[in-house]
Design a protein around this ligand. Structure first.
Ligand code: ADP
Ligand code: MG
Length: 388
């Protein structure tokens, strides 16, 4: 059954009528540019062929009701929610992503009608593939079109980020929402997170007999303290010492000079070095892709992984084993992707060797006593669209 058929059937069963429309938003993987977004830096995500779909219909009143077919998230989310029940501090759980979109769009003056809404997906949640932004984008498109307006995709991405920041309470950057709304098949999305300027650069692994494999470690290590906030603080500290607004504005030579002069402690220096070199790697890969050259992608991804592991220290044993075993079994490139401490790694592999890489990773996990990973191929796909 297609996602369209599945979500339509689920909607009809719950709501007792046909949806007015069905919208889809994909997940994303980030080729390169990790932990650069909160430093005003560069990222290079691609939208993938795993999606969240939303079937929705207007209601006669101003209520908001949403369901999800996802395990553990199923069932009606309490009674119908009135507009005053929705928003920061009032919306909780998974439906905060959907209610958050309604709240933000209304706050921006859009006449969002009452809706019933069913969510279905073949995109795993919490695996670092940005199911949260996909959910926001699909719901955002649905609500915009049901309000009779046409969506500005950049504005919708910013609305999604705001919903996640203010209603869900997750201080995410803008990469995920831009990737799932602006991505295109055969392309990666180069995003300057400071100016929010985007450029689609050609990236079509399938044309070269390659595919992207997601190596989902299925672990999420909960660490003492708050390593994400600690990394952000280290970046802010380094930027302050160097007298710049963000590490985006620093060259490696300037950073090294500051360290040599004793102005940066060793840990802060390494954190900043990751960000500065990662920005350079994104620009190098973008230049190569613009010229139709995939050759530099492998070395850049390898360097990115080493930098995240050694300088930024956000990898973990499972991610390192996934990357090393994939490269050992013939991947042309592999690195951890996402925030780290678990989640997924990404590998670029010859289509003919994908099974070999997948079993090598599974074997290496078994040999290390880790629980089995989930390994699956993804194709580069279009951003969010209306399906019906
Ligand atoms: P990621 O974006 O990497 O998948 P997040 O933690 O940012 O991870 O977002 C995952 C959350 O998004 C889930 O815990 C759930 O609240 C919500 N979500 C994602 N997909 C669905 C879905 N199909 N149905 C309901 N909620 C979902
Ligand atoms: Mg997310």
């Amino acid at each position: 059954m297609t996602l369209l058929d599945a979500v339509t059937a689920a909607f009809v069963e719950r709501a007792g009528r046909r949806p007015d429309g069905v919208w889809r938003a994909p997940g994303r993987v980030n080729l390169i540019g990790e932990h650069t977004d909160y430093n005003d830096g560069f990222v290079l995500p691609v939208a993938i062929n795993r999606s969240v779909v939303v079937a929705a219909a207007r209601r006669a009143d101003d209520g908001f009701r949403c369901w999800s077919s996802r395990n553990g998230a199923g069932g009606c989310v309490g009674p119908v929610r009135r507009p005053s029940d929705i928003g920061p501090g009032r919306s909780t759980g998974w439906s905060a992503y959907a209610e958050g979109m309604a709240w933000v769009l209304r706050d921006q003056g859009l006449a969002v009608p009452g809706v019933d809404l069913m969510v279905h997906a073949d995109l795993p949640a919490g695996a670092g593939l940005s199911s949260s932004a996909a959910l926001e984008a699909a719901v955002g498109l649905a609500l915009t079109e049901l309000a009779g307006a046409s969506a500005d995709r950049v504005a919708l991405a910013l609305a999604g980020q705001r919903a996640e920041n203010e209603v869900v309470g997750m201080p995410c950057g803008i990469m995920d929402q831009m990737a799932v709304l602006l991505g295109r098949a055969g392309h990666a999305l180069f995003l300057d997170t400071r100016s929010q300027h985007t450029e689609l650069v050609p990236f079509d692994p399938a044309a070269l007999g390659l595919t992207l494999l997601v190596l989902d470690t299925r672990v999420k290590h909960t660490l003492a303290g708050s390593p994400y906030a600690e990394r952000r603080r280290a970046c802010e500290r380094a930027a302050e010492v160097l007298g710049v607004a963000a590490l985006r504005d620093v060259t490696l030579a300037e950073l090294e000079a500051a360290a040599a002069a004793g102005r940066l402690d060793e840990v802060t220096f390494r954190r900043a070095r990751h960000v500065v070199t990662e920005n350079d790697r994104v620009l190098d890969v973008v230049a190569a892709l613009r010229a139709g050259d995939l050759e530099p992608v492998g070395p850049a991804m390898a360097a990115s992984h080493r930098s995240l592991r050694d300088d930024y220290e956000v990898s973990c044993a499972e991610l390192d084993v996934a990357v090393e075993s994939a490269v050992g079994a013939g991947a042309v490139a592999a690195r951890m992707t996402g925030g780290g401490f678990g989640g997924s790694a990404l590998a670029l592999v010859p289509v003919a060797g994908a099974d070999t890489v997948a079993s090598a990773v599974a074997d290496a996990f078994a040999a290390n006593g880790f629980a089995p990973p989930a390994v699956f191929a993804v194709a580069v796909s279009d951003g969010a669209t209306r399906l019906a």
